[in-house]
Design a protein around this ligand. Structure first.
Ligand code: ZN
Length: 461
């Protein structure tokens, strides 16, 4: 137990608590970065006063940090129809050059931006394991350690999700040259997990899970095996992002990807299906009933031309979802939620789709559902300003002109998501420490300098 002397105290002018909006909430934080208690009323004189409107920090449930360094690549028309698959070739060429130092610096920059943009925990779906020739580094967890170091440098919370990637496509296809840095047979993946678990154990409160990359990158036998070996943590898998993947899965396994996972893997709360874009109504309702989280990455799905998630049906069946930045084409929590709602509006030709209750704020519905889904998928005590949860707090500028017309507290979330955007974010606490003040990360200059020199070198090839 922390003694009174070890607690740091923050007095939040206004805060969204599990019980609803509160004025003058005193949040006391232990050395472990967790909230010891939240009270309202009298505050000690030495509490640090935090002006503004405080929200629980948003979990980012799906990220490939290194892809941040690809900004601007892949936006030029190629000789024939550009698609996810042609973008993937560009991505493979980019990652082929990356050293462990590069990966650490790019990840630190991405994670710093996440904190500035409202994300306080990241789920790193980590598949860039080996050297450019496909050989494990002397430390099999070299790249995992770099991801962990980047999370520490930025202050973001981490759920590390080492990815099992064995094949180049359905039917046990050999990997192509762009994929050799990802590849592990099951036994080596088990060793990688053991090493990754030790790396994560050294971080305060970080978590670990497994990420079988996709049904095209692992065999069904492997998937069953690793889900059984690592039976107590989250399982993330890319599913049904592209129609070609659905067609190939039907041809190879005799079922659509989400249908196959539901029928064969006993999908439950441990699972997070990333994208789940192309589902029939039946798959959508069954996934919702399973208790698994749909890991939606709306900006990336838009960028890559994936398609539109079946949000209306999923929500009507009480489905759980969270949001992820995936390719990091743009790092911005409010923009992810806006793109999610707008894609649903375009699909349904309707408004206020991602809420089910008459009179409910769409912003509140999106924000609180993504908090809960993200927390479940990342298997950490996050997503609420309450005792026992990590002290991850995003504070908005209450004096911003865009909030002048806010006639209710929930309307602040509508303005954050649909109008003002991440420019409203002023202060961010991560694990009880102030990471961002006046919209700027405390280590921005040093992290940006390192990132700039690496990406300019990579751009020269
Ligand atoms: Zn992904």
């Amino acid at each position: 137990m922390s003694s009174e002397a070890e607690l740091r105290a923050y007095l939040l002018e206004k805060a969204l608590l599990p019980s609803g909006w509160a004025e003058h909430a005193l949040v006391e934080v232990g050395d472990d970065g967790l909230i010891a208690r939240v009270t309202t009323g009298d505050a000690p004189a030495d509490a640090e006063r935090v002006a503004g409107i405080a929200l629980p920090g948003m979990p980012n449930l799906h990220c490939h940090a290194f892809q941040k360094g690809m900004a601007g690549l892949g936006e030029r028309r190629g000789p024939s129809g550009d698609s996810f698959w042609t973008w993937r070739e560009v991505m493979y060429r980019f990652l082929g050059q990356l050293t462990p130092d590069d990966v650490e610096a790019i990840a630190a920059y991405a994670y710093m931006e996440m904190l500035e943009a409202g994300f306080t925990t990241v789920g790193e779906f980590h598949y860039l394991h080996h050297d450019p020739a496909g050989r494990p580094y002397a430390d099999i967890g070299e790249m995992a350690a770099r991801i962990a170091a980047a999370s520490v440098a930025s202050g973001i919370g981490l759920t590390l999700l080492p990815s099992l990637y064995t094949y180049g496509g359905f039917g046990g296809a050999a990997p192509n040259p762009g994929q050799i840095r990802f590849i592990n047979p099951t036994d080596r993946f088990v060793r990688l997990m053991e090493r990754s678990r030790a790396i994560v154990a050294a971080l305060p409160g970080a978590a670990i899970g497994i990420a079988p990359h996709s049904l095209r990158a692992v065999s069904t036998g492997q998937l069953r095996e690793v889900a059984a070996i690592f039976a107590d943590g989250p399982v993330h898998i890319h599913a049904a992002e592209q129609t070609k993947e659905v067609d190939d899965c039907e041809a190879s396994l005799g079922a659509r990807p989400v249908q196959w996972l539901l029928d064969e893997m006993g999908i439950d709360q441990r699972w997070c299906l990333i994208h789940a874009t192309h589902m029939t109504d039946d798959e959508t309702r069954r996934l919702a009933r399973s208790g698994a989280v749909a890991g939606l990455c709306p900006l990336t799905e838009g960028s890559l031309g994936d398609g539109i998630f079946n949000g209306e049906t999923f929500l009507a069946a009480q489905g759980r979802f969270g949001i992820g930045t995936d390719s990091n084409i743009q790092i911005d929590a409010p923009a992810e939620l806006r793109q999610l709602e707008y894609s649903q509006r375009l699909k349904a030709r309707a408004r206020n789709v991602m809420t089910t209750t008459e009179g409910e704020s769409t912003g509140r519905s999106l924000y609180t559902r993504a908090l809960a889904g993200g927390a479940q998928a990342l298997a950490r005590p996050i997503g609420a300003l309450a005792a026992g949860y990590r002290a991850d707090i995003v504070v908005l500028d209450a004096d911003h002109p865009d909030l002048a017309g806010a006639s209710s507290n929930d309307m602040v979330l509508d303005i954050l998501i649909f109008s003002a955007g991440r420019g409203l974010i002023r202060t961010v606490l991560a694990g009880g420490k102030i990471a961002v003040r006046e919209g700027r990360h405390h280590a921005r200059d040093a992290i940006a300098q390192e990132y700039r020199s690496i990406v300019s070198r990579l751009a020269k090839g």
